[in-house]
Design a protein around this ligand. Structure first.
Ligand SMILES: Nc1ncnc2c1ncn2[C@@H]1O[C@H](COP(=O)(O)OP(=O)(O)OP(=O)(O)O)[C@@H](O)[C@H]1O
Ligand SMILES: [Mg+2]
Length: 379
């Protein structure tokens, strides 16, 4: 994260709502009987790079389209930079949207593609030339100004599409799956480039993605959506470390989930009995809720330790058998099957095997975790 983003983040977490750059208030969108967006409240600070995440059909694109003015809200309000958007048609909004499939005009050169929107605004030819040259340099595509889209790679086309959005100098840039056409390697490089470009321009950005890694690496904050609602809102770190529902725990990163019931309830620690585990799990903090309450425990695979002998310092352990091993480069992902049949994932750093033989397929091992490695989910 850079300084501007850190400041935006600080602002976002402390600013009263009224100061927010984008305010979405009780926004609902219905298509006939079907509800695509079911009451969203959200504030985005100036210069934030905000990500909307969620599975297919949860309402992400619809929300962006309402911000851009391509869909009317069924109810609720959208306020951008202090101005209510209700009466403004798309072309009068200080917003530019790059679509899920950013079709460039195939018969036009790169420069003509970028100039197109400015020509429609009746901007003079000299200013157009200047602005096009500026954004081409920004996205490092000056050399390609005369090429046609079919003469470009996927990543280059994506940068032209971005340039086409930025050249109109929107206050708010909306990106709908900006990297969906790119393969994984270019994607990762483009993510970094994009963050740098947005930072240079100083534009506020809301981005839709269903790639949680992308949201984690790029966004100052993110919202996890499900069925037209925001289920969790926070920094990538907050949402990853402290998921508030089973849905966001499973959606953001992979995790081990254990269903159980609170069997000992103290202000500073609890025990949870889980059918899949041989003894109650000790958790070093209290929760609010009655004894016996059903909960789900989330334990990230990187928090699970794998040993050949039973650890003697924690009740949070279970014996099992290695049933799958996947080498992932910097770490190895083990699947360990417990006596209950439950499969537990453990990420073991590849460095840990420098001086020891890694456990092999079918070997008897123990999985264990620290009392503070567990997130207790009540919803
Ligand atoms: N014009 C429309 N008419 C009727 N239903 C629509 C329309 N546009 C979207 N929907 C419905 O609204 C819901 C949300 O769609 P939306 O496009 O916002 O999803 P999304 O989160 O962007 O999904 P994806 O990740 O697949 O792009 C879906 O159930 C979709 O079928
Ligand atoms: Mg979509």
């Amino acid at each position: 994260m850079n300084a501007a983003q850190a400041q935006a983040l600080h602002h976002a977490s402390t600013a009263p709502d009224a100061d927010a750059f984008v305010r979405i208030v009780d926004v609902v969108k219905k298509f006939g009987e079907a509800t695509a967006v079911a009451g969203v409240n959200l504030s985005v600070a100036r210069n934030e790079l905000f990500a909307l995440l969620g599975s297919s059909g949860c309402g992400k694109s619809t929300l962006l389209r309402m911000l851009a003015g391509f869909e009317e809200v069924t109810s609720g309000r959208i306020i951008i930079d202090g101005e209510d958007m209700a009466a403004l048609p798309p072309y009068k909004r200080p917003v530019n949207m790059m679509f899920q499939s950013y079709a460039l005009f195939p018969h036009m050169s790169v420069a003509a593609n970028i100039a197109f929107g400015l020509k429609q605004e009746k901007i003079g030819p000299r200013e157009i030339d200047e602005r096009v040259a500026d954004v081409l340099e920004l996205v490092q595509m000056s050399k390609y100004a005369r090429r046609k889209p079919y003469q470009l790679s996927g990543g280059q086309q994506q940068r032209v599409a971005l340039a086409r959005s930025l050249v109109k100098r929107p206050k708010l840039l909306l990106l709908d799956e900006p990297m969906s056409a790119l393969d994984k390697q270019i994607r990762q490089r483009t993510q970094i480039e994009l963050v740098n470009i947005l930072d240079k321009v100083g534009v506020t950005c809301m981005m839709v993605t269903h790639d949680q890694e992308e949201a984690m690496t790029m966004a100052t904050r993110l919202a996890v959506m499900s069925e037209g609602r925001i289920v969790q809102l926070g920094t990538p770190h907050e949402v990853y470390e402290y998921p508030n529902t089973r849905f966001s725990a499973a959606f953001i990163g992979s995790t081990n989930l254990f269903d159980g019931n609170v069997s000992v309830d103290n202000p500073d620690h609890i025990y949870v009995e889980c059918a899949a585990l041989p003894q109650p799990v000790f958790i070093s903090h209290g929760i609010t809720g009655p004894l016996g309450m059903p909960v789900t425990l989330s334990i990230r695979p990187e928090r699970v330790r794998l040993t050949r002998t039973a650890p003697d310092n924690t009740p949070n352990q279970a014996p099992g058998k290695v049933c799958n091993i996947a080498y992932m480069g910097s770490y190895t992902l083990y699947h360990v099957q417990l006596a209950s049949g439950k499969n537990v994932m453990a990420n073991v750093s590849t460095l840990a095997f420098d001086n020891v033989d890694p456990p092999s397929y079918d070997e008897e091992v123990f999985v264990s975790w620290a009392p503070d490695a567990v997130t207790v989910l009540t919803k």
